[in-house]
Design a protein around this ligand. Sequence first.
Ligand code: NA7
Length: 495
Amino acid sequence: MTTDAHTPPAGAPRSDLRFLIIGAGMAGILSAIKLLEAGVDNFAIYEKADRLGGTWRENTYPGIACDVPSHLYSYSFAPNPEWSHRFAPGAEIQAYFEDVARRYGVDARIQYGKEISRCAFDDGRWNIEMTDGSTDVGHFVIAATGVLHHPSYPDLDGLDSFLGTTFHSARWNHETPLAGKRVGVMGTGSTAIQIISALVDQVAALTVFQRTPQWVMPIDNPAYSEQEKTDFRSEPEVMRQLRSEMSQLLTDGFANALVDANSPQLQAIHDACVANLETSVQDPTLREKLRPNYRAACKRLIMSADFYQAVQRPNAMLVSEGITGMEPSGARTSDGALHELDVLIFATGFRVDRFMRPMQVIGRGDTALEEVWSQGPSAYMAISIPEFPNFFMLNGPNGPVGNFSLIDVAELQFSYIMQLVEQVRSGACRELSVSRAAAERFDADRVEAAQTTIWKSGCKSWYLDANGVPTAWPWTFDRFEEAMATPRLPDFDMR
Ligand code: NA7
């Protein structure tokens, strides 16, 4: 489907621009809403699955909730008075995105079952190919493809011989009954902790295979009362106020502090986690097994009200010896013990360096993304890559990650992208991407700044690249907001 035959020269204002949005998760829905709001109707939104929602569509495990408060993990323009809890469950979040997409007229625009296999820049336009053979052409690509969506599986000897059932947390097998079964959960990340707390009272026995202990921040998750919801409905200002207070609290008390490992805020978080461990876990042996040997927030901080209670249930067992292999009846660990299991759940995380891959992306002059990213993914401001003109990412590499709202991040990024788009719309140029020099400078500054962040304070995590350098935005969240407010146009190669 082509919408124009001709690309006008730079200098002429453009009204013919077509946008191709890849992905109908939180960021893709946002992009479509914002384009419509800007009066742009010439766009397509492609989604590989048969439903919108991204992460919230794919993750349906028991206990799933967002660890960012729901009134903050909502679009700024679409507050939701109906959130049931401070940290609402995943199904509510999925329903929220479906509702917003419908209310803003985006859901009918989504083309489902459309997986983009190739995206190539040629003669000023992006040509995309899909696995079903269809194609499209546009002037801009918005890659809203998500971050954590390629499950990472452990390499376990003898897995085929195991007679029980296995599945990944992001591919939950709802057909497998768990009640009364002997269930193993591998991993102790944010996902595993939620699963463990939700499952422990349903199953006969729960074995937690822990490779690295985690610091756990105690949180309350109160339900919103009917009165509170009524107030939110009748006075949206109350909700906006709540959102802004939560945002300020999280930014000052956490997001800004992460980049200074010695900050008093991080010390306070560490102390709260230590106190939580000391007061919540009775058995000294178990307590020591659960005690990390690194600083709180070095790995993504776990927020949980009930994980420590869950692992102390009589039917729960924490195993800190590694699994050496699977056998027909269960998992053998390095101490020689056999842990008999009916089901083993891999809560082992994601391949975090994939981003929009395996999609093949070819920029100007046949530049292949796969080669540009051969040493690991990177992007100027998490948005633009040299020689990939008019191709912009939302929540791309080097953006802010941590226990705060990626919706806020995507909203800030989108308004930045629209300012770049305006350069083309106004006729100032036909195409733009970050210059090589600016991208290299950004990367060097980023790597240097990363050295003093908490992520670099002595632990392994998915925040680190293959060289042990934190990949996330290493400056304060305030600085991110400032950077997103106005693009530095001299950093862009505009043609
Ligand atoms: P994470 O945070 O990457 O956690 C994965 C967990 O699985 C973690 O405890 C890992 O231990 C463990 N793991 C991974 N591979 C193995 C192998 N091979 N053997 C033993 N243990 C293993 O993923 P989550 O899904 O929990 O959370 C991802 C994000 O989703 C989270 O940060 C939020 O943004 C939402 P390790 O600590 O590496 O030793």
